[in-house]
Ligand binder design. Structure first.
Ligand code: SF4
Length: 186
């Protein structure tokens, strides 16, 4: 991993995280590493992340992606992270397959919007048309259909222990390995 701190401080791994079309459950799971986050922050500094509220990523070592791509803004954010991150990781079912948001993929997106924004009298719909809203896609796309992905961490969400083990392996230069205990969902 590259050094990003000054000469007097030990080098830290720079990591970014983002939530695209996800529910933030994977980020909540990341926080489930509990007090171990204090150890992690000794060797990692966060770039763009909901945890820092930094809006744009800079060069970083690792980018953790939660959620798939359901709109144009998701793609913009994802491509910015791919351009800046040495290692990009799809975290959770939504990033890997589209997950729950992709359940709408077999339906017509116009029909869905009209149903969701139906007026109280049931006759018309008030679908938001603000030009600042990102363009909604007809389908929800997994991350690897938009950019190259280096690693996948399955689960909905992956457990805090799973994320912890993965990050430890990666940061310490080992091939990340998740054994059965970290990969079963029953
Ligand atoms: S994989 Fe599960 S927990 Fe993670 S964002 Fe998707 S629905 Fe939420």
């Amino acid at each position: 991993m590259s050094a990003t701190a000054g000469t007097s401080a030990p080098p830290k791994v720079r990591a970014a995280t983002t939530s695209l079309a996800g529910c933030f459950g994977c980020h909540m799971s990341f926080l489930d590493i509990d007090e171990r986050i204090l150890d992690l922050m000794k060797i990692v500094e966060l770039d763009r992340s909901p945890l820092t509220d930094i809006k744009h990523s800079g060069p970083c070592d690792i980018a953790l992606i939660e959620g798939g791509c359901c709109n144009a803004e998701n793609v913009h954010v994802l491509r910015e992270l791919r351009a800046n991150a040495r290692i990009l990781v799809a975290v959770g079912a939504c990033a890997i397959t589209g997950g729950l948001p992709a359940l709408r993929n077999k339906l017509d997106v116009g029909d869905i919007l009209n149903e969701v924004y139906r007026t109280p009298d049931g006759v018309g719909s008030n679908v938001p048309k603000d030009p600042e809203l990102p363009l909604l896609f007809d389908k929800v796309y997994p991350v690897n259909e938009v950019v190259r992905v280096d690693y996948f961490i399955p689960g909905c969400p992956p457990s805090g222990d799973t994320i912890w083990k993965f990050l430890n392996d990666l940061i310490l230069g080992r091939m990340p390995r998740l054994n059965h205990d970290l990969m079963h969902y029953d």
